[in-house]
Design a protein around this ligand. Structure first.
Ligand SMILES: Cc1cc2nc3c(=O)[nH]c(=O)nc-3n(C[C@H](O)[C@H](O)[C@H](O)COP(=O)(O)OP(=O)(O)OC[C@H]3O[C@@H](n4cnc5c(N)ncnc54)[C@H](O)[C@@H]3O)c2cc1C
Length: 401
C-alpha cells in the first residue's frame, strides 16, 4: 500500500533530509532551528534507526563497549521537524519522491541526501560472505559477539587505513588472548609525518598487533585470507575496513555521480544535475581547490550546516554561497588510553604538529564526544554550528563564486 506523506499545509515547502548521520543530522537540526517560526517550511528527517549511530565509535561497539543511547526524535523535539524511521529504497528525482521499505512515499520540494558510506565489501571476493564489518551498529555487535566467544585464535583486520588501525588496536587491547594481524597496502598512518608513523607502529607492536604492509588481499575464505602471490593466511575472524562505497540510490535516480557513486555537487552543495537536491557528507563528491573531499565527520558536519543555510537563503530568494572547508586534524585512537593526532594543513597534508599518548587519547575522546552536544547547541543557537575552518588560501578560488 502506498500512502501520501502528510505535509500539514498544502503550501508548505517540503524539505526531506535522507540519513541522520553526522552530516544529515547537522543539516536537519540547523535547518529546523532556522525555520522554526516559519509556517511555510516543513522539515522531515528520514533514517534507518531512531538511535543516532556514533560511527566514530563503532570499533568500541565491536569490542563489546556500551555507548550512550542518543535518540534522534528526542533531539528534534521542539524544533517542529518530523522524524520518519524507515529504510529508503528508491528516489524518483523527476517526481521528487522518496520511497521507504514499508511503501510509504514522501514528497519533497528540496532534498538533502546524506546516506553516508560503508566499507566496500564488494571489491574482494568472499568479503560479503565471510568478513565482519563496522558498517552499522548491528554489524559491530555481531563482531563483538563473535570475538567474545572466540577464546583464542587469529583476527585479521583487512585494510590499514585509520578505521583498520583503530579496530586492530581496540581488539588487541580488549582481547589480549587473540592474535591480531593488520593487513594493508599501505603502512599505518601513511599520510602522517615520520614521528607519528613511528609512534603508531611501536604502539601497535606493544599491543601485540602484527602489522603487514604492502599486502593485497585477493580473497576471503571461511577460515583464511588469500594474499596476492598465493599465500594463505589462517584467520578465525576477518574484519573488513578497506575502501568505501555509497548507496546506489542516487545513481539509480539519474543524479550525476562520479566513478565511486558519490553525488557531484556545485560549489553550493547542490547536485549539478538536480539543483533541488543537496548532497552532504560521505555521499557527496565535493570539490575544493585542493581536490575532492574525502569522507570524514570533521568535513561532513559543516556540509550539513552549509546545505541548511543555503536552503534558508534560497527560500528567501538569496544567492547561494560556495562551500569552503579546510581539514585541521587526523585523530586516531589506539585503544582507550593511547592515540595519535596528526594536525594537518587545510588540504589534509600533515603539519609538523602532532600529539601522542594520553594527551592524544584525551583529544580524540573530546572529538568523538563532541557531535551530539554540538547538535544540542545548534538547536538552541543555530549560529553556533556555523564555525568551521574555511581553509584560508587553500580554498579561496575566485571562480568558485
Ligand atoms: C570506526 C570508524 C572511525 C572513524 N573515525 C573518524 C574520525 O575520528 N574522524 C572523522 O572525521 N571521521 C571518522 N570516521 C569516518 C566518519 O564516521 C564518516 O566520515 C561519517 O560518519 C560520515 O558521515 P555521514 O553523515 O555522511 O554518514 P553516516 O554517519 O554514515 O550516516 C549515514 C546515515 O544514513 C543512514 N542510512 C544509510 N542508508 C540508508 C537508507 N537507505 N535508508 C535510511 N537510512 C539510511 C545510516 O543508517 C546512517 O544513520 C570513522 C569511521 C569509522 C567506521
Amino acid at each position: 500500500m502506498s500512502t501520501e506523506h502528510e505535509v500539514g499545509r498544502a503550501a508548505a515547502h517540503r524539505v526531506v533530509i535522507l540519513g541522520a548521520g553526522y552530516a544529515g543530522m547537522a543539516a536537519a537540526i540547523q535547518l529546523a532551528a532556522r525555520v522554526k517560526r516559519r509556517q511555510d517550511v516543513r522539515v522531515t528527517l528520514v533514517n534507518a534507526q531512531e538511535r543516532f549511530t556514533e560511527r566514530l565509535r563503532l570499533h568500541m561497539t565491536a569490542t563489546g563497549q556500551r555507548l550512550a543511547e542518543m535518540s534522534i526524535p528526542e533531539l528534534l523535539e521542539g524544533t517542529g521537524a518530523q522524524f520518519v524511521r524507515g529504510w529508503v529504497t528508491a528516489l524518483d528525482a523527476d517526481a521528487k519522491t522518496v520511497r521507504l521499505d514499508d511503501d510509504r512515499v514522501l514528497h519533497y520540494d528540496t532534498l538533502v541526501y546524506g546516506l553516508g558510506s560503508v566499507a566496500d565489501t564488494a571489491a574482494v571476493p568472499g568479503v560479503e560472505d565471510y568478513a565482519y564489518t563496522l558498517n552499522s551498529v548491528q554489524d559491530a555487535e555481531l563482531l563483538a559477539d563473535r570475538l567474545a566467544r572466540l577464546g583464542s585464535g587469529t583476527v585479521v583486520v583487512g585494510g590499514s587505513g585509520l578505521t583498520g588501525v583503530e579496530s586492530a588496536a581496540e581488539i588487541a587491547e580488549r582481547h589480549p588472548e587473540l592474535n591480531v594481524v593488520l593487513l594493508g597496502r599501505q603502512e599505518p598512518g601513511a599520510t602522517m609525518i615520520g614521528k607519528v608513523r613511528a609512534y603508531l607502529r611501536s604502539a601497535l607492536e606493544r599491543m601485540g598487533v602484527e602489522v603487514r604492509s604492502g599486502i593485497e588481499v585477493v580473497k576471503v575464505l571461511p577460515d583464511s585470507v588469500e594474499l596476492a602471490g598465493g599465500e594463505i593466511m589462517a584467520a578465525d575472524v576477518v574484519v573488513w575496513t578497506s575502501g568505501t562505497r555509497v548507496s546506489p540510490l542516487a545513481a539509480a535516480a539519474g543524479l550525476s555521480v562520479e566513478e565511486r557513486g558519490r553525488i557531484v555537487t556545485d560549489p553550493a552543495l547542490r547536485s549539478v544535475s538536480h539543483p533541488d537536491v543537496y548532497a552532504v557528507g560521505d555521499a557527496a563528491a565535493i570539490r575544493q581547490s585542493y581536490g575532492v573531499m574525502h569522507g570524514t565527520c570533521q568535513g561532513g558536519m559543516p556540509t550539513g550546516v552549509h546545505a541548511a543555510v543555503a536552503i534558508v537563503r534560497a527560500l528567501k530568494g538569496r544567492k547561494a554561497r560556495p562551500f569552503r572547508f579546510g581539514y585541521y586534524h587526523t585523530p586516531v585512537s589506539l585503544g582507550r588510553h593511547d592515540a595519535v593526532v596528526q594536525f594537518t594543513h587545510p588540504d589534509d597534508s600533515p603539519r609538523r604538529m602532532c600529539l601522542t599518548g594520553r594527551r592524544a587519547a584525551w583529544y580524540k575522546e573530546m572529538v568523538s564526544a563532541s557531535p551530539w552536544p554540538t547538535f544540542g547547541r545548534m538547536k538552541r543557537m543555530p549560529a553556533a554550528g556555523a564555525f568551521w575552518p574555511r581553509g584560508g588560501r587553500f580554498t579561496r578560488v575566485r571562480d568558485a563564486r
